[in-house]
Design a protein around this ligand. Structure first.
Ligand code: AMP
Ligand code: MG
Length: 328
């Protein structure tokens, strides 16, 4: 029996359910987004997705803490009553059972753990909310962390094409195990299909991907890195951890996330699932200084700056170009 098979099954089921809710919200595009204190948008789907995943994990693995992106405080305000009602309605429709507003807010707040030791989950209920709002790429990203190491990761990518050209893909990986792709919708699957990075040995042949949002990654600097590597093709700009999926399955060879601000620290839920997926598919992931990502410091990757993910053989060559592009 595969290690952590029970957790993997629970995580895949939870992410599938959350993706169904996101798709339902997107089809109806209920309401505009709320603006959070950091000015980033949050939608009905972010909250409903977090409620669904936290409820599933509470039923299956009640002792496990969850560190998730959203919290219920904004939703509890009377001025946001309509948004809250829409969240509750979508959660009820997905679980097919009665649930009170308090139940739903309580599930969202199960994601408020302040964990950094032992075992806990990280969740981004919608990674790439801006992509979701543009009807482009977004992901539901769930990972299990033990003693600062990501040991299991699941990425649901509702708008990414699957291997057969359909819409929607799900990726799962466990540490030491293979990376696999599954159909996102529909019937329960068999064992999934193995996912492998490409085998290029020289970065000049690489296609690289980066954020659509220039505030999330310095696109001027990444163009400089690409120039130094002799990459002629245009970058693939994708929202969310779908970038990690692109590297894991060989659509791209490099994912660059160049810091736009000295003080920004990456969030664990933006990287945990994707990083394990790329590693399990045979690639490498470090920060821009070549350091391993440290998931044992709380909600942020406080000891790291930026991200470099590659198909592996070209990693050191890319890191060297990043150093030179930054004047090192
Ligand atoms: P992406 O879709 O790759 O552009 O990344 C989306 C994520 O970027 C969001 O989930 C945010 O947590 C994160 N983010 C917000 N501000 C920044 C920033 N200044 N630098 C890097 N990432 C950011
Ligand atoms: Mg995110």
């Amino acid at each position: 029996m595969e290690e952590r098979a029970g957790e993997l099954r629970a995580a895949i089921d939870a992410v599938r359910a959350a993706c169904r809710v996101c798709r339902a919200v997107q089809e109806r595009m209920v309401g505009a987004a709320l603006e959070k204190r950091d000015k980033s948008p949050v939608t009905v789907a972010d909250f409903a997705s977090q409620a669904i995943v936290c409820r599933s994990l509470a039923l299956e693995l009640p002792a496990d803490p969850i560190v998730a992106e959203e919290a219920s405080d904004e939703l509890r305000r009377e001025s946001n009553a309509r948004l809250r009602d829409a969240v509750v309605e979508h959660v009820r429709a997905e679980i097919g059972a009665p649930a009170s507003g308090e139940d739903v807010l309580g599930w969202i707040d199960r994601g408020g753990a302040d964990a950094k030791d032992g075992r806990y989950w990280s969740l981004d209920p919608i990674d790439g909310t801006k992509g979701f709002l543009r009807r482009a790429q977004y992901a539901v990203a769930l990972a299990l962390i033990e003693d600062g190491e990501v040991v299991l990761g699941v990425l649901g990518c509702p708008n990414l094409s699957d291997a057969d050209g359909g819409r929607g893909a799900l990726f799962a990986a466990t540490r030491g195990g293979p990376a696999r792709a599954f159909a996102l919708w529909g019937a329960q699957e068999t064992g999934g299909k193995p996912v492998r990075v490409d085998g290029i040995r020289s970065a000049a042949q690489a296609r690289f991907c980066e954020s659509v949002e220039s505030e999330h990654s310095d696109q001027v600097e990444s163009a400089r890195v690409a120039g130094l590597l002799g990459i002629a093709s245009e970058p693939l700009r994708i929202d969310s951890q779908c970038k990690y999926a692109a590297v894991a399955r060989g659509d791209a060879s490099i994912y660059l996330r160049m810091p736009t601000r000295e003080d920004y620290r990456e969030k664990i839920w933006d990287h945990a699932a994707g990083k394990l997926l790329v590693e399990a598919a045979g690639g490498r992931v470090t920060d821009i200084d070549g350091h391993p990502l440290d998931f044992g410091l709380g909600a942020t990757l406080a000891g790291n700056r930026g991200i470099v993910a590659t198909s592996g053989a070209i990693h050191d060559e890319v890191l060297d170009a990043v150093r030179r592009a930054r004047g090192g």
